[in-house]
Design a protein around this ligand. Structure first.
Ligand SMILES: [Fe+2]
Length: 270
């Protein structure tokens, strides 16, 4: 490991509907890999918060995280976070979720458009993809306008699934104007940009967002970048973080950011 501070700030535990491993197992893996810190960020998709009783999942996540923090006190820093999905689709749910704990870190994300399924489940055709992406960037701007989160998770998320239709030749470059608007808006609000390394272990083979977008963020004056594997299982904790840090260096960054008590802490990459 060539980096001193390897930190994974997007990890799901068994308190997320799509993950199975306990916080202790995740922490154990991080400790064995020699990570500096981790943040547990279980799902809180606000549009289904009441329907799926996410309050009890989030309370469980906070409880398990605090317990693990005590157990690993001198060995690994364990921060308490949440992945707040679609907060603008149910503002009351978002408010309640944010009041459940003293989070270190809040990720803001957009997994599905209003009244649509997660982008993961959609079929992408030449007819529907343009309009889905227009709506994606519109809702993304709404999310940033809402703004009660620290870092914007996996920008360009739908592109992770567009690759399922090889006939579509649409890339983030085709949406550079919308991406610039998103980057300018987060910079203005001091919201960080996440480098989500999950794409490196999926068919898209790139971080979300990709290197061009990270470079552009820096050109526009962006300072805060958070790193996350988006691990949904023990074996993926820390996956791709070093590749992500290499990429940040290439883009001219000297530091990345970890959030503690919702305040940015700048850590040197080297
Ligand atoms: Fe997510």
């Amino acid at each position: 490991m060539k980096y001193k501070f390897i930190s994974d700030n997007h990890i799901h535990s068994s308190n997320s509907f799509d993950a199975k491993d306990s916080v202790i197992m995740l922490a154990d893996r991080a400790f064995n890999l020699g990570l500096y810190s981790v943040t547990i960020t279980d799902h809180c998709d606000c549009d289904v918060y009441y329907k799926n009783d996410l309050r009890s999942s989030i309370e469980g996540s906070i409880r398990d995280t605090l317990k693990a923090r005590g157990l690993y006190s001198n060995r690994l820093k364990i921060y308490s976070g949440i992945e707040l999905g679609q907060p603008t689709q149910d503002l009351d749910a978002a408010q309640e979720a944010l009041s459940l704990g003293n989070y270190d870190f809040v990720l803001g994300s957009l997994h599905n458009l209003r009244n649509e399924q997660d982008f993961y489940y959609l079929n992408y055709t030449a007819e529907n993809t343009g309009s889905l992406l227009e709506r994606y960037f519109d809702e993304m701007m709404e999310l940033i306008e809402y703004g009660k989160f620290d870092s914007l998770a996996h920008l360009t998320y739908p592109f992770r699934y567009l690759v399922s239709n090889p006939e579509l030749k649409i890339t983030p470059k085709d949406y550079s104007q919308q991406i610039d608007e998103v980057l300018e808006a987060i910079i203005k609000k001091d919201i960080a940009l996440e480098v989500n390394t999950s794409g490196l272990r999926q068919p898209i083979g790139k971080t979300l967002p990709d290197e061009d977008v990270i470079r552009r963020y820096r050109e526009l004056g962006g300072k805060y970048v958070t790193m996350g594997s988006d691990a949904h299982r023990w074996g993926d904790v820390g996956a791709g973080i070093e590749d992500g840090l290499n990429m940040l260096l290439k883009c001219g960054f000297t530091h990345f950011t970890v959030y503690r008590r919702r305040e940015p802490v700048m850590l040197p990459i080297l």
